[in-house]
Write a protein that binds this ligand. Structure first.
Ligand SMILES: C[S@@+](CC[C@H](N)C(=O)[O-])C[C@H]1O[C@@H](n2cnc3c(N)ncnc32)[C@H](O)[C@@H]1O
Length: 207
C-alpha cells in the first residue's frame, strides 16, 4: 500500500539543508534523524549521501508508514533501515547497540518548536548520552535570537503555534544553547537559511 505523505516544505528546504549536512557528514556509520515526519527528507538525504546510513524515526505511526512507503518508492530498501518509533521524551531511546556504536551524528528538522520544551531538554540529554566526543547534533528550524524574532513572519508563526498548543513555540536560541551546554555540547556553527530558518550545528565536547 502506498502510504506516502507529502510535506510541501520538504521540497523547498531539502537542498539547502543537504548543503549544510554536506559540511559535516562523513563516510560510514549511521545518522539518526529524530522526528522524520513524512520521510521525504530521509530518502533525499540517503540518496545524496549514499556512503552513510540514514536512520529515520518518528513516534507517529502514520509518519512511519509514510517513511516506509517512501523508502520502497525510492527503491532504497537495501540501503536504508525501516523507521524507529522514537518518542524523544520516552527515555532511554530504544536503539540497537550497533546503531549507538556507529552513530556519527543526530539530526532533527522542524521538531523543537512543535513539541513541548521538555522534548528539547530530552533531545539534548539523550543525544549527549549517545554521542561521543566531537560527534554532532544538527537542528534546523525557526529560532529567536536574543529572545527576539528574526522576522515578522516568524512572530506570526509563533502566535499561530501557541494557539494550536500552548506548549509549542519558536524557541529562544540562548535557552536552547543553555540546554546544549548542560549536556556537553557547544554550538559550532549557526547558518542562516532561506525563509527565516536557522541551522545550528552542535558538537559534543570532552568534559
Ligand atoms: C513539523 S513535523 C517535521 C517533520 C520533518 N522533520 C519535516 O521537517 O518535514 C514534526 C515531527 O516531529 C514529530 N514529533 C513530535 N513530537 C515528537 C517527539 N516527542 N519525539 C519525536 N518526534 C516527535 C512529529 O510526529 C512530526 O513528524
Amino acid at each position: 500500500m502506498d502510504n506516502r505523505l507529502f510535506f510541501p516544505a520538504t521540497k523547498r528546504n531539502r537542498n539547502y539543508i543537504g548543503d549544510v549536512l554536506s559540511r559535516i557528514i562523513q563516510k560510514g556509520g549511521f545518522i539518526l534523524e529524530i522526528g522524520s515526519g513524512s520521510g521525504e527528507h530521509g530518502v533525499a538525504f540517503q540518496k545524496r549521501f549514499p556512503e552513510t546510513i540514514w536512520q529515520t524515526s518518528d513516534p507517529d505511526i502514520r509518519h512511519r508508514q509514510s517513511i516506509s512507503s517512501w523508502i520502497y518508492y525510492e527503491k532504497l530498501n537495501m540501503q536504508m533501515p525501516q523507521p524507529l518509533a522514537i518518542d524523544v521524551e520516552k527515555t532511554p531511546w530504544e536503539i540497537k547497540p550497533e546503531l549507538g556504536l556507529s552513530l556519527q551524528g543526530i539530526v532533527s528538522i522542524n521538531l523543537i518548536h512543535v513539541s513541548s520544551w521538555n522534548c528539547t531538554r530530552s533531545l539534548f540529554k539523550q543525544s549527549g548520552e549517545l554521542l561521543s566526543n566531537e560527534k554532532y547534533l544538527m537542528l534546523y528550524g525557526p529560532f529567536k535570537i536574543g529572545n527576539e524574532h528574526i522576522s515578522q513572519s516568524n512572530y506570526l508563526f509563533d502566535k499561530e503555534l501557541k494557539m494550536q498548543n500552548n506548549n509549542w513555540g519558536v524557541r529562544n536560541l540562548d535557552k536552547v544553547n543553555e540546554e546544549a551546554y548542560n549536556n556537553g555540547f557547544v554550538q559550532k556553527e549557526l547558518i542562516l537559511m532561506p525563509a527565516n530558518n536557522i541551522s545550528i550545528i552542535y558538537r559534543k565536547v570532552s568534559v
